[in-house]
Write a protein that binds this ligand. Structure first.
Ligand SMILES: C[S@@+](CC[C@H](N)C(=O)[O-])C[C@H]1O[C@@H](n2cnc3c(N)ncnc32)[C@H](O)[C@@H]1O
Length: 271
């Protein structure tokens, strides 16, 4: 074997083709926008990302696949300006509504996709470009090159470590197969092959998640499954009960055996 002959973009594409489910389209994300915004609003993910990023007040930041503003909103309070794009209109609507509520006027949103012509979408080069949990593309090399070309100082992406937010034991409990596709290790190797020197940190999410009720805890798990059948819901409940404790005040704590972890990957745009 000779590592220098490996085509990491092709390996990544091949691993992606083995994923258990098809990639989500804009209308799929539109449907998920409200629940995604709710589920992620209290996660420690944002604080940990910002701790690693150390935003500087003079920065302009491009947020690719910004979702409901998980990072664009807090960043707008810390830096000069933010351009946030997403192909889901509902995600952008939530972001804009939240920005208005918070009195933020330094976020520009663009309804566009990774694949579109960003000159046409009026997305210029920024000081820093980030793509948080949003590299859902067909051609990883092209997306990384495009993001890098839109940053002067630093590029940052977060990518799944192993199963990322999916719980393999929950899938096993339902008897459903789980293949979440390529994780960050492909991305790191590809970046190296492209001539960059990426740094890696890890964002480990909460081991225990607290919910006001068991029904709430269930919704923290059901998003992982398309078309959940009644018998599967029963099996999921049983599994969830096995990793849950209930306090006297009724608060439900889910003790995750598979703690979602994200790789925080950053590199300088100049090779
Ligand atoms: C998991 S969410 C992450 C949102 C946010 N960056 C965060 O970390 O919370 C992925 C986002 O990427 C967007 N997305 C996925 N594929 C995209 C594409 N091809 N072009 C633009 N946005 C895309 C989705 O609409 C969704 O808002």
């Amino acid at each position: 074997m000779d590592i220098t002959t490996l085509d990491w973009n092709l390996l990544w594409q091949q691993a992606k083709n083995k994923k258990t489910w098809a990639s989500k389209k804009a209308h799929d994300w539109d449907k998920k926008a409200a629940s995604f915004a709710k589920r992620t609003s209290t996660s420690i993910y944002t604080d940990k990302f910002l701790e690693l990023l150390k935003p500087q007040e003079q920065w302009s930041i491009l947020d690719a696949g910004c979702g409901p503003g998980t990072l664009a909103l807090p960043l707008a309070t810390m830096v000069r300006r933010v351009t946030a794009f997403d192909f889901s209109k509902n995600m952008l609507n939530i972001l804009q509504q939240r920005a208005t509520e918070d009195g933020l006027n330094n976020i520009t949103t663009r309804h566009t996709s990774w694949e579109d012509d960003w000159r046409h979408s009026q997305i210029p080069c920024h000081d820093v470009a980030i793509a948080s949990r949003s590299l859902a593309v067909k051609d990883l090399r092209a997306a990384l090159a495009k993001l890098t070309a839109h940053a002067r100082e630093r590029v940052i992406i977060t990518d799944r470590v192993k199963h990322g937010p999916f719980d393999p034991e929950a899938f096993a409990a339902l008897g459903r197969p789980l293949n979440t596709g390529p994780d960050y290790i492909y991305t790191i190797n590809l970046l190296y092959q492209m001539g960059y020197l990426p740094s890696i940190d890890y964002i480990r999410l909460e081991e225990t998640l607290d919910f006001s009720s068991f029904a709430d805890a269930m919704s923290g798990y059901t998003w992982m499954f398309n078309n959940l059948q009644a018998d599967e819901e029963k099996r999921l409940k049983k599994y969830l009960h096995s990793i849950t404790t209930t306090a006297e005040d009724g608060t439900v704590s889910v003790h995750r055996r598979h703690v979602p972890t994200w790789a925080y990957i950053s590199w300088h745009p100049a090779r």
